[in-house]
Design a protein around this ligand. Sequence first.
Ligand SMILES: Cc1cc2nc3c(=O)[nH]c(=O)nc-3n(C[C@H](O)[C@H](O)[C@H](O)COP(=O)(O)OP(=O)(O)OC[C@H]3O[C@@H](n4cnc5c(N)ncnc54)[C@H](O)[C@@H]3O)c2cc1C
Length: 834
Amino acid sequence: MKTQVKALVVGGGAVGTSIAYHLAKAGWDDVMLLERDELTSGSTWHAAGLLPLFNMSYATTHIHDYSVKFYKTLEQETGLNAGFAVVGNLRMAQTQERMDEYMLYASTAETVGVPFEWLTPEQIKARWPLIRTEDLKGAIYHNTDGYINPADVTMAMAKGARQRGVEIVRKWQADGFEWNGSAWEVTVTKMVEKGGNLVPSDETEVITAEHVVTASGNHVQRTAKMLGIKMPAIPVEHQFVVMDQDPALVEWRSEGNGEHPVIRDADAQSYVREERGGWILGVYEKGAPSVFEHGVPDSFRADLFPLDLERIEEQYMAMIHRVPSCEESGLKDDFNGPICYTPDGNPLVGPAPGLENMWLAEGFSFGITAAGGTGYYLAQMMVEGEAEIDMASLDPKRYGQHWMTTEYAARKNEECYDHVYVLHHPDEEREACRPLRTAPAYDRQKAAGAQFGCVNGFERPNYYGPLDAPDSFDREARSFRRGGWWDYAKAEAGAIREGCGLIDATAFAKHRISGPGATAFLDWFTTNKLPKVGRINLTYALTEAGTTRTEYTIVRVAEDDYYLVSAGAWHAYDQDYLYKAIMANEDRFGRINEEDVTTKWGVFAIAGPKSRDVLNELVKDADAGTVLSNKRFPWLSMRDIELGMCPVRAIRVAYTGELGWELHHPIEMQTYLWDQLVAAGEKHGMKLVGGRAQNWLRQEKSYRAFGTELGRDATPLEAGLDRFVDLEKDFLGKDAMVATGVRSKCVTLLIDGPEDADPWGREALLADGEKVGRLTSGGYSVAFGKQIGMGYVRPDLAEVGTKLKVRMFRALWDAEVVEDSPYDPNNAVIRVDG
Ligand SMILES: Cc1cc2nc3c(=O)[nH]c(=O)nc-3n(C[C@H](O)[C@H](O)[C@H](O)COP(=O)(O)OP(=O)(O)OC[C@H]3O[C@@H](n4cnc5c(N)ncnc54)[C@H](O)[C@@H]3O)c2cc1C
């Protein structure tokens, strides 16, 4: 065994094996894969091997698409047949809502380039007569995917990896990780058999590895403990059963008919595929418990749990309804194994929080489907610095480190498991473990009718519904079209444009950066000129590849004292990048102090033409009448003011594009400030406003949002943010940004869409019938009385006035590229004096 390597991959399941293969393929010739038992002995061996392309996430769809294409090439490369049965995948809908869901998914498929077709119940019946169709609305059909043998595909990747120089070491376990300043020293222990268990021996080695990747499957909690980090990946029990032969199926096949596609009956929470003349039935049922919350016992190796038939009875009966000929088939075999989950169902892929050169690939629930693409894109991140797609939605740091607990992860993962086949409404808010993180004004907001969303665990009003709403209100308000919340959001957006609205933005991430090195560091770390003392700027931290890593509102409080505000949903993700950059550059710039003040400061945003009038009711100053005037408090500046008895750091910006201020205040005075603002606002017709209206309003101003328009797949120049990039100075990622050029361009579009729906920001944009871009945001514009969206198109189509089409619900709708900030393009209303 080598003791010095470039990269050590821990875990020989499908995922770890693919990563080792792709690292070698990407050019690293010194890669080792370590497996505590045998390759595939984790969850991989008992997977059903389905490879569904269907996925609602853009990044994950790319990953699955890569896997499906890659697995088809493995036999030619390695000579090993991975058993890929390209039978296709038929996803059926029993309701119109389910068809709406598939149409939204089809937007993602179209933008990624995944082929699919629509089938009517009659077409399904004509092709596959054993399927009952009279209660179906239709189906979406992929003919390029199917299922594979999980162990065989892993072995083929292992062979491919070995051929490319990877050393695969079995029966050795990684037991400790120590960073020595330039590499990881990984203590590994020889594993031995003892009474059927696999246990550590006394034989140990230390492997020095520049990079480590963990892909430890069900052992993820042990790995997390060793690394001193939190990972909300915990397995849940998952079952499938193999049935005896179905005579009707045997006969049908004997007539020369091809194999059935994998049949997904989402409304019945199950999937079915053929297996030697019978069927395999897999289910995503309610009540599946999480397992191994505190680690995997030594006694659990390539084992299974007992079948719990009672738990899956409903799905079993539904299958008999769907494929009536199987009614008489008995059960031949069953599998109930651990399947790793995370609260949102996406795996944790990317750099580990707080650790250098430590990469995570954990929490895979579709790990056979995702292994190929994960290896490919993670290897790009490690070898080239960035992947060609934005991997942020899979980044391990999308979950906060300081508030996450095992209990939270376990309960959320159980919820995620039983939500696999619920309708994936884009306005869905999952309910488990809530409320958990609440700002002090939460109860008041709730009493005022707030329906909350969850941002990084924080409760934040999405909209204010009726005061006497039943608990089920928001659940019933969800839709793929305009949901029951739409009219409330519209009224809120109108209130900000015409009067005044109050928004809770407490979830914002907030950091104070100070000290002698702070100015030089931030000047290098971000793209824009640093503001003068008392002023604010919008600015960007870039990746080394020159794409957008973080958006900051940066406030210069004193010469070497800065207050950085960034997206609440990306708190740990942004913080990790910032802190790692500080640590790596302190020698160069001098001492820099960093302080996370996210939970010390609350934030309310007040906006609208009457917002100054509301604040004037409360502000205390020797000359209270002028403190909020343009002269004393110009746009894009900050002032410490007093609102009643509350000290407030007021920042004159408004994400909604109206006259407005962000009111940053000590969290312990939040309820006092809320009450003052609400009372003062009453006189001026102020409305409480949630995040949904704010999201629409910011698109009327073409304000890009992180995670949609802004991410690691576009530079700020592509995002059209040239005015926030100072090309006169040097900054991190500048050369790469310039060298990248403009591959596509961010535009704002006004859309003449359907009467009952707005785009969600996933839809394809077309010109002359050809796909030319995609929406990244969408919604309704109260200012223009029609749909609005933002997205990326080919640069030659970014001119104002360009006519495009947007596909929604299978139809094409007119869209026109409009000037940036179509509402108030000269910022006159933001700057209004008073
Ligand atoms: C019943 C069932 C059906 C499924 N069906 C499908 C399906 O149809 N399609 C699909 O895509 N997915 C399916 N899955 C999910 C799939 O099995 C997993 O997502 C996938 O196997 C995860 O692969 P992995 O490599 O991440 O983990 P694993 O396969 O669990 O591999 C992790 C490996 O790491 C090793 N390891 C852990 N810690 C250490 C250490 N410290 N040192 C050395 N080695 C270590 C373990 O021994 C193990 O071999 C199914 C799961 C279940 C339970």
